[in-house]
Each structure stands twice: as structure tokens, then as C-alpha cells.
Design a protein around this ligand. Structure first.
Ligand SMILES: Cc1cc2nc3c(=O)[nH]c(=O)nc-3n(C[C@H](O)[C@H](O)[C@H](O)COP(=O)(O)OP(=O)(O)OC[C@H]3O[C@@H](n4cnc5c(N)ncnc54)[C@H](O)[C@@H]3O)c2cc1C
Ligand SMILES: NC(=O)c1ccc[n+]([C@@H]2O[C@H](COP(=O)([O-])OP(=O)(O)OC[C@H]3O[C@@H](n4cnc5c(N)ncnc54)[C@H](O)[C@@H]3O)[C@@H](O)[C@H]2O)c1
Length: 475
């Protein structure tokens, strides 16, 4: 029977990072994944496909250029599902190739099979052809991810009612679309299709969307979505979805009916734990199939079995999953790591982008921290003019007690890249003075940091406070 130092179940971001980290430490590693190709949800149905489609839509629709050429401008007049799929296939092939090459270079072995636990040192694997074998391990990582939540009363049919995975197989662009669920997936796809001028209705039972994001950003984002012609229905539950020959009807609890060509149901995801036989090792899960772990080591209740990625729940990002996999592997093989930074960035690839790191204004208030905020609109930057960016802004929040940057919140072009400046300053405990004293490349959107920093600095007393300090007679 084969035996490995590290057995990884699932080849998504947490699994791949754990596998390579273990191999770099000279350990024998096997990655078992039941998917046709390596890469997990992230590569095949989640992060990479949605971001590739977004990029294709932005390029072909000419949306980025409409500030100059007007709302009617398009790079390609008739954009069809085939245009979206062509680029997608190329990108996914490349991602898989890079991953396979990384595994090969590092001596990570992989097996296409379903894994289920026999006990705390063995899994039983079964290939698609029905071949079964038992594999031993010293340490295992459960990195099986999640699948879309599909309630029994929703008539998923791959024709008019889709989830966030089969939407990638749309045979043609929808004539109209209702997106159910105003979480990250729902908001991203709703705005991507709306950028293609598909009439979109976004339906969310709660009164707000994206409530972990600074309210000022969300308010402006909603305003922009409505301005682009999207309908946003907040605070009404969905009673029933009916699919028929012509399309689908979404019956709302308040009696209204939304009639569309296509419904995208994106109301959360649940852990892929069904086939793991967790009972054999005594690992428990919650009602959404999530496994509880030690947040510092990623150990489950069985010390040599780790879990990471979406199967452990919040924050369920590819970015954080990668890091969790690395930390779990280091812990398994006795490598001491410094404590993880408290803050990490969120990137929402809607159109427009949203990205945020650190405390929101509401969180700062809740904590009773005295603060000042500085804001810069992209339209104030020369780079913004050159790019024809009509909207977007950056908001920085500083502590009045120690001048430190507490939060950076960005809406607009480049937000998911720009946020890392804020992340670095927060985690390196930088203050408003960093932005005031440093020169930024010109013309750039990053100059917005300088402008927002100066804005806050002025409100904090700025040059007047420094001049007054200089005027003070020496004690
Ligand atoms: C539409 C969408 C867009 C997203 N966009 C972003 C984004 O822009 N940025 C971001 O950071 N995150 C994004 N995410 C989240 C991101 O994709 C996930 O956080 C990430 O994929 C989780 O990685 P993971 O390690 O849990 O494994 P996953 O990527 O979930 O992969 C799990 C793998 O385990 C395999 N598996 C499951 N059960 C078994 C078994 N019993 N035996 C063998 N193999 C098994 C599966 O086949 C799969 O290949 C998005 C998600 C979705 C759905
Ligand atoms: N850019 C990114 O980082 C990115 C992109 C996409 C997805 N993701 C990750 O994927 C995970 C799943 O995303 P998601 O959007 O499916 O889940 P989610 O949990 O973030 O949002 C689900 C939304 O659906 C709503 N909802 C729940 N039940 C409903 C019902 N019965 N009818 C209508 N609406 C209902 C919820 O109120 C919520 O707003 C998230 O945790 C997210 O972190 C990340």
C-alpha cells in the first residue's frame, strides 16, 4: 500500500499551496481530486472563469471607453456566448498547464479519484473506472471546497434556471436576466451581464447587499448600477421560481412577478463533504457542510487531519485559501510561522470593481475610535482623465490618536490592484504622514492615495498643526 507524508484531497487553491509547500519541505505528497482536470472550483467554475468572462466583456463591450465615446460605443457589435467561451477555454487551459507543471517540478503526485476516509491514517480512493485502492498518510488536508446551494424547490434546468457553475455553459446570451442573491457571486455576474446591456434584475431578501463593505462605497455602487439601468429589488423574499417554454418567472413574497429569459440562482454554497465519510474519523460539520478548525493551525478535531479553503467557511476566497494551505502544511511539518496579519484585502470583481482592506467607517465607530477620513475621486486624478474614468473613489480612514491608517476602501477601475498599497501601509503600521511625505508616480490612479491622504491630513490640522508646533517655544 502506498503511503504519503501529506495527502491532499482537492486541488483548489488551498490544496495546491499545501501540496507544493509540503514538497518544498522534502515530503512525499499525493493530491487526490475527482475533477476531470486539476485546479478546483477556482480554476474551472469559480474565480478564473468569472474573472475571464468579466475581462472579455469589458474588452468587447468597450465599456471602459464609454466615458469618451458615449454610452452607445461598442468594440464588437454582436457579442455572443461563443465570444465569452473562446477566451475562457484558453485561459483555463493555461492555468491547468501551469499547475500541472508546478506539481511535476516539485514532485507532487496527483490522482483523479474520489477520496473517502477509512480511518485517521488511511483513505480509500476510487477512480472513475471503478478501481479502488487504499492509501496511507501521516497528515491529510481536506480541501474539497464547496458547491452551489441548490434548494429542492428551485427548478434548475440548464435552460432558463442556472446556478453559478452551469451558467458557464449558457448556450446564448440571455435576453433578460434575474439574479437571485446579492452576495459576491450574484453582484459580480449581475454587473457583468449588465455591462453587455442585458436587462438585469438583482433580487436580495435582505435590505442591503455586501454588508461587509463600507456603506459609502455600497451606496455609490448601487447608484451606479441603477444608473446603468439595472433593477435592484432589496428586502423581498423569493416565493417560487417557475420555468416554462418561454423563460422563467420569479414570484416574490410581496406578490410581484419578475419575468425573464434566464434566472441565475446564487444564494450561497455548501461544503463538498458528502463523499468523505467523515464519520470514520469523527470530524463534525455544520448544516452547510463546513468543518471547524483551529484558526491558527487549520487542524480539525483530529490533529493530523487539517482542513482549509472554502470547506472551513469564512472568508471563502481563493486568496485566503492559498495562504491557509501553506500555513497548514508548515504546521504539519513543524515549521514555526509568525502570526498571520489581522487584515487581508477583499476584491469584488463587479463592474465597477470594489476592494477594501481594514476597518470600515461603521466598524471604527463601533469600536469608539476617534478618526478622520480622506477621500479622493478618480476624476480628480490626471490618470483618471486620460482613461476617461467618470466615477470611482478612494476613501482612507485614519486614527486621530496615533495617525495610523485603519482602512482603505476603493470603488472603481483598478480597485483590486490599488488596495495593496493600503494593505501594506496598514500592516506596516504606517500613518497619514506616509501619504503626505511620499511622492507618487504621476499620472496614476494610485495618486488618489496622495490626494486622499492630504485630504485627511488637512482635516487633521495638516500644515497648520505643524506650523503651530514649530511656533511653540522650546520647553
Ligand atoms: C463564481 C465564483 C467566483 C469567485 N471569485 C473569486 C475571486 O474573484 N477571488 C477570490 O479570492 N475568490 C473567488 N471565489 C472563491 C474561490 O473560488 C474559492 O475561495 C476557492 O476556489 C476555494 O478553494 P479551495 O481550496 O477550497 O478548493 P476548491 O477550488 O473549491 O476546489 C476543491 C476541489 O476538491 C475536489 N473534491 C471535492 N470533494 C472531493 C473528494 N471527496 N475527493 C476528491 N476530490 C474532491 C473538487 O473536485 C475540487 O476540484 C469565487 C468563487 C466562485 C464560485
Ligand atoms: N471576488 C471574490 O472574492 C468572490 C467572488 C465570488 C464568490 N466569492 C466567494 O464565494 C462564496 C459564495 O458566494 P455567494 O454570493 O453565493 O454567497 P454569499 O453567501 O456571499 O451570498 C449569498 C446571498 O444570497 C442571499 N440569499 C440567501 N438565501 C436566499 C434565498 N433563499 N433567496 C434569495 N437570496 C438568498 C443572501 O442574503 C446573500 O446576500 C462567498 O463566500 C464569496 O466569498 C468570492
Amino acid at each position: 500500500m502506498a503511503e504519503y507524508d501529506m495527502l491532499v484531497i482537492g486541488s483548489g487553491p488551498s490544496g495546491r499551496r499545501a501540496a507544493i509547500q509540503s514538497a518544498k519541505l522534502g515530503k512525499s505528497v499525493l493530491v487526490v481530486d475527482r475533477g476531470r482536470r486539476l485546479g478546483g472550483v477556482s480554476v474551472h467554475t469559480g474565480t478564473i472563469p468569472s474573472k475571464t468572462i468579466r475581462e472579455t466583456v469589458l474588452n468587447l463591450s468597450g465599456l471602459r471607453e464609454r466615458g469618451f465615446y458615449g454610452r452607445g460605443y461598442r468594440v464588437k457589435q454582436d457579442i455572443g456566448a461563443a465570444d465569452l467561451i473562446a477566451r475562457l477555454q484558453k485561459t483555463l487551459d493555461h492555468e491547468v498547464e501551469v499547475l500541472q507543471h508546478q506539481f511535476m517540478r516539485n514532485g507532487v503526485r496527483s490522482l483523479r479519484a474520489v477520496a473517502k476516509f477509512a480511518d485517521a491514517n488511511n483513505v480509500d480512493v476510487e477512480t472513475e473506472a471503478g478501481e479502488k485502492s487504499r492509501i496511507g498518510f501521516r497528515h491529510a488536508l481536506i480541501s474539497v471546497g464547496t458547491k452551489p446551494f441548490r434548494p429542492a424547490n428551485v427548478p434548475f434546468d440548464g435552460k432558463h434556471v442556472f446556478d453559478s457553475e452551469d451558467i458557464l455553459e449558457l448556450p446564448r446570451l440571455p435576453r433578460s436576466l434575474a439574479v437571485i442573491g446579492g452576495g459576491v457571486i450574484g453582484v459580480e455576474y449581475a454587473t457583468i451581464f449588465s455591462a453587455l446591456d442585458v436587462p438585469v434584475t438583482l433580487i436580495e431578501p435582505r435590505q442591503t447587499i455586501l454588508d461587509f463593505i463600507d456603506r459609502e462605497l455600497v451606496d455609490e455602487f448601487i447608484h451606479e448600477m441603477r444608473d446603468r439601468g439595472m433593477t435592484i429589488r432589496l428586502g423581498t423574499a423569493v416565493k417560487e421560481i417557475v420555468s416554462n417554454e418561454k423563460g422563467a418567472e420569479v414570484h416574490m413574497a410581496d406578490g410581484r412577478v419578475v419575468r425573464v429569459d434566464v434566472v441565475l440562482y446564487a444564494a450561497g454554497r455548501s461544503g463538498n463533504i458528502g463523499s468523505l465519510n467523515l464519520d470514520a474519523v469523527g470530524i463534525q460539520s455544520d448544516e452547510r457542510g463546513r468543518i471547524k478548525v483551529d484558526p491558527h493551525t487549520f487542524q480539525t478535531s483530529v490533529p493530523n487531519i487539517y482542513a482549509a479553503g472554502d470547506v472551513i467557511g469564512f472568508p471563502s476566497l481563493a486568496s485566503t485559501s492559498l495562504e491557509q494551505g501553506r500555513v497548514a502544511a508548515c504546521h504539519a511539518f513543524g515549521i514555526a510561522l509568525p502570526p498571520a496579519p489581522e487584515t487581508f484585502p477583499y476584491g469584488i470583481y463587479a463592474v465597477p470593481e470594489i476592494s477594501t482592506v481594514g476597518l470600515s467607517e461603521a466598524q471604527v465607530r463601533e469600536k469608539g475610535i476617534a478618526y478622520e477620513a480622506g477621500v479622493a475621486r478618480f476624476s480628480e486624478t490626471s490618470r483618471g482623465h486620460i482613461m476617461g474614468v467618470g466615477s470611482g473613489f478612494l476613501k482612507l480612514i485614519f486614527s486621530l490618536e496615533n495617525r495610523r491608517l485603519l482602512g482603505a476602501h476603493i470603488l472603481g477601475e483598478g480597485a483590486t490592484e490599488l488596495v495593496h498599497i493600503g494593505q501594506a501601509v496598514i500592516n506596516l503600521q504606517g500613518t497619514v504622514d506616509f501619504f503626505v511625505e511620499n511622492t507618487f508616480n504621476y499620472p496614476t490612479l494610485a495618486e488618489a492615495y496622495k490626494i486622499a491622504g492630504l485630504d485627511a491630513w488637512n482635516r487633521m490640522g495638516g500644515a497648520r498643526a505643524e506650523a503651530a508646533a514649530l511656533d511653540q517655544p522650546a520647553a
